[in-house]
Structures are given as structure tokens and as C-alpha cells.
Design a protein around this ligand. Structure first.
Ligand code: DP6
Length: 354
């Protein structure tokens, strides 16, 4: 069981100005999992089958403002100035309903989000999105959560958002399937201490296709858990991967970190390929980048790939070699875009008076 959170990493959710005004703005960054979350054991509570571990990035922040509007009959939700509709809107409203229920305050809200990450392209926009929404909404409705509580709340919006509450490296505990009367309590993220300066990690993000995905990660996960004969073996091996990953991070051994991250991601994609019908997020452009990563390794550069619910590739390497890796990846991608990310900060509230 995890220990109590250091308060230094906690976003200032109790900030009096924000709470009193019913108006709060928060910023959160996406994270990339090195040990993946794939598969829920409880859809409503967003409880995963496995633990996962990620690095929060210092690029592509999401900024979300939540303002209570007691006179309004419904929530207003915009993304980059455009009203959200359909399933994305439904998820935000359901999340606000949860916050309202906990706060005992029925007021509707105006939610304005600005995203700098291509939405829905497997670049974890839901992670930064729901981490920012959780921080802003919990402050605006006056929930007064600590970082652990905020992580649990963000999880209900999108599982991976539980990790974006924290900066640097974070582990999200699946929690015990038989966790007492309240299974919600055992499943939250917390920081993983890593000698970051020694590890000196960078993720080169190759956006080979910024369009929305054909199958949502939610649906793909469900199908994989329900139909893939490879799911349970992967989930079991992922637990061993996590132990190896923690040890590699502790030693600041980038090659070991990369090796474990790559095998865990490829295994996750194998579970999807074996689902019925198959889910295949990896495209020809993905494989081209994977070949370039192999070539880099053959030439002595530490470079390791990981992919999420989309065709884009994130290449783990040393910060000192990131420009070289990005150059090679850019050559391979040609029509896409390539970005270099380092470890980023925790979710935080912006001062209401700033
Ligand atoms: C492949 O957190 O987007 O990126 O909980 O259904 O919203 P929901 O899923 P989401 O899934 C992310 C899956 C992943 C791996 C990871 O980030 O661990």
C-alpha cells in the first residue's frame, strides 16, 4: 500500500480566492505511460486491472477554467472556443455531476478549455484534460482535496488523468479488487522518486497522424479485455515489467527503462491485435518510425519506442541525444511533426488574481 503524499507536490486546491469565487483555472500536462494502463475491472469507477507508471511531459499543457453559474439550466463546455458536443460533452458533464454531488452544490458551470495537444490522437489529451478539469472544478466547487484525493477524482474522468496530477514520474495503483467496502479508495497515483538529473530522459514525440482515432481507447480497452486471449498473459507480465521498471528508474539506467517500456507497449498492442475484431492503431508510418528507432540503437544511440491508442510514436532517449534522435525521426516521418519533451510539472491552480 502506498504512503501518504508529500504535500509539496499537491496542487493548491484549497486556495481561498478560487474557492470563494466559485471560479478557478488550472493547468495540467499530458503523461506518457512507460508501463501501460490497458483494461478496466470497473467501468463506472474507472478501476484498472493493472498498475501503470508514467512520465508527465513539459509540453502540450491543457488550461481549464471552471466558473459556477447558479442561474444556468445546464453546463456550457467549450474546447478552444468551440462548444463540445456528443460523447466528449457527456463525459465532462458526468464528471461535473460527480463533483456537484460530492460538494452538495447543484450549480451548473461554464467550462472553458484550451488544449495545445492534438485532441484524440493518442497523445494523452484526456489525461491533461481531466487532470486540469479535476483541479479547476474541485477548487471552484470547494471540495478541498489533497493530491491523493485529486488523483482519485481525476481518475473518474479518464484513468490516465490520475497520473497527470503529479509531475515527473508517477505510478497509478490499481488498488485491490477486494478493497474493503470502498474500492475507489485504493486506486490513485503518487510520485515515484527518480534521480532525474542522472537519468536525463527525453521523449521525442513523433506525430505521424494528428487526426482523431477510429476506435476510442475506452471501446478498444473493453473489447480487448472481453475478447483477447492475450490480455490476461499481458496483464500478468505487466506486473513483472513494473517491478523491473521501478528498479531501472531507481538505478537511473535509461537502457533498461527503455527496454522494459518498449516491450510493455508492444505487448499491449499485441493484446489489441488479438482482440475480436482486432484493434490496430499502428500504421505504416508507425512502423517506419519503429525501424528508425532500431537503426538508431544499432548505431549505438539509446532510443526506445512506446505507442498509445494511436499511430504516434514516443521515443525515449537521453536529453543530450534528443536533437539527434529527433532529426532521424523527422527524416522518417516527413509529413508529420516531431517534438522534444522532458519531465514536466504537476497540475496546478493558477492564482485567481493573476
Ligand atoms: C494507451 O486514460 O484515455 O494511453 O480511462 O477510458 O479514459 P479511459 O482511458 P485513457 O487510456 C489511456 C491508455 C493508454 C495507456 C496509458 O496511458 O497508460
Amino acid at each position: 500500500m502506498a504512503t501518504e503524499q508529500p504535500t509539496a507536490t499537491a496542487p493548491p486546491t484549497g486556495a481561498a480566492t478560487a474557492t470563494a469565487a466559485g471560479d478557478a483555472t488550472a493547468v495540467a500536462h499530458p503523461n506518457i505511460a512507460l508501463i501501460k494502463y490497458w483494461g478496466k475491472r470497473d467501468e463506472r469507477l474507472v478501476l484498472p486491472w493493472t498498475d501503470s507508471l508514467s512520465m508527465t511531459l513539459d509540453v502540450f499543457p491543457t488550461t481549464t477554467r471552471v466558473r459556477l453559474d447558479p442561474a444556468a439550466g445546464q453546463d456550457t463546455v467549450t474546447l478552444d472556443g468551440v462548444p463540445l458536443e456528443g460523447e466528449p460533452r457527456r463525459r465532462v458533464v458526468a464528471f461535473l455531476d460527480l463533483v456537484r454531488e460530492r460538494a452538495g452544490r447543484p450549480a451548473r458551470a461554464v467550462v472553458e478549455t484550451g488544449n495545445t495537444v492534438p485532441t484524440g490522437a493518442g497523445l494523452a489529451s484526456s489525461a491533461s484534460g481531466f487532470a486540469a478539469l479535476a483541479a479547476a472544478a474541485s477548487a471552484a466547487y470547494g471540495l478541498g482535496l489533497d493530491a491523493t484525493g485529486l488523483s482519485r477524482l481525476a481518475r473518474r474522468g479518464s484513468g490516465s488523468a490520475s497520473r497527470s496530477v503529479f509531475g515527473g514520474f508517477a505510478i497509478w495503483h490499481a488498488g485491490q479488487p477486494d478493497h474493503g467496502a470502498d474500492p475507489d479508495l485504493g486506486s490513485y497515483a503518487e510520485p515515484v522518486p527518480v534521480p532525474v538529473d542522472e537519468l536525463d530522459p527525453a521523449l521525442v514525440v513523433a506525430v505521424v497522424d494528428a487526426g482523431p482515432k477510429a476506435v476510442s481507447s475506452r471501446e478498444a480497452m473493453r473489447r480487448t479485455v472481453d475478447t483477447s486471449p492475450l490480455y490476461r498473459p499481458w496483464a500478468a507480465s505487466s506486473q513483472a515489467d513494473l517491478a523491473d521498471m521501478r528498479e531501472a528508474l531507481r538505478r537511473a539506467d535509461l537502457d533498461a527503462v527503455g527496454e522494459v517500456a518498449e516491450r510493455n507497449a508492444l505487448g499491449m498492442h499485441a493484446t489489441m491485435l488479438a482482440a475480436r475484431p482486432a484493434v490496430r492503431y499502428l500504421s505504416a508510418a508507425t512502423v517506419t518510425v519503429l525501424d528508425a528507432v532500431l537503426e538508431l540503437r544499432r548505431s549505438g544511440v539509446s532510443a526506445w519506442a512506446t505507442m498509445d491508442a494511436g499511430p504516434n510514436v514516443k521515443v525515449l532517449c537521453r536529453r543530450a541525444e534528443a536533437d539527434r534522435v529527433a532529426g532521424v525521426v523527422r527524416e522518417a516521418v516527413r509529413s508529420g511533426s516531431v517534438h522534444i519533451a522532458g519531465p514536466g510539472p504537476a497540475a496546478r491552480l493558477l492564482d485567481a488574481d493573476a
